[in-house]
Design a protein around this ligand. Sequence first.
Ligand code: PAP
Length: 316
Amino acid sequence: MESSSVDKLSALINELPKQPWYGADLYNWKGFWYRPHHLSSTMAASSNFQAKDDDVILTSSMKTGTTWMKAIIPTIMNPVGRTDDDSVDPLLKHHPNELIPSLEIQVYSVNPHPDLSNMVSPRLFRTHMAYPLLPESIKTSGCKIVYITRDPKDTFVSTCHFMNSVIAARGVEPWPMSEAFESFCKGVHTFGPFHDHVLGYWKESLKRPEKICFMRYEDMKKDPKGEVKKLACFLGRPFEKDQEVEKVVWRCSLERLKNLEMNQHGVDPWLGIDYKHYFRRGIVGDWKNHFTDEMKEKLNQITAMKFEGSGLDFGY
Ligand code: PAP
């Protein structure tokens, strides 16, 4: 970026509301919270990305099961995902982050006008952008959006573990869960507020179910085969045989991915984060191991209030 653009961006960022989060600062742009290094690329992607009709865009807030989907969507879309030969599975050599590039973390992180002309269609992308911030062409073209969300209590616990592991590797003291919880309840966390993020996609998915497939982590855990079948139909890649679905579910399972060499020892080159941190317990209800009754009541109440009348709940 030219130095005058960098100066303009720094000036803009300095004007934005700011809050501390896990030893760094978050900035609020158009109602959502960002780390400064994600902000410029998010702005560039939001204004410059041109979607194609056959693109698939995976969207989510943070720690809601995105990595699972980053494995499943390419496996559904790639013909080798359904073959019997496991040795050709791209997941053996690539962490799911590498199979479906992030608009803000990868594609637009260096250049605000990247050349995407060599990408083979159908292109797969992911983003943590909230619905109102999505590039216009994603909303108006024929491309499909897959959104994944999760009970906010488990999302919060997953975020705590992930962020404290990430900052520990940089020598930063862990952020106490009680402080992180207050911040989450106020909606201050990367890509949040969680509830606004979820509602934006939920409401749009009700209006345009053929455009947005709204998925929940809990449904995936309960019936992975059924959910993967539905997703494959939505993406225009229905399965012919039950064995194919079983293959996709197994290849993308936490148990398998967690134990692959690449995911145990690799490092994300864009974020400098060990790949192993993306795979933890993967259970529904881990919040019960961390929450007091007051925390449960408080977050449940916020969720009930925010989602009131929307038809959306996490009643598990
Ligand atoms: P991201 O936002 O950084 O991409 P994301 O993948 O959305 O993170 O969330 C990580 C959670 O998904 C972790 O949950 P936990 O902390 O409660 O354990 C992680 O374990 C879980 N996860 C990752 N891969 C899978 C998978 N293949 N199946 C089920 N859960 C998974």
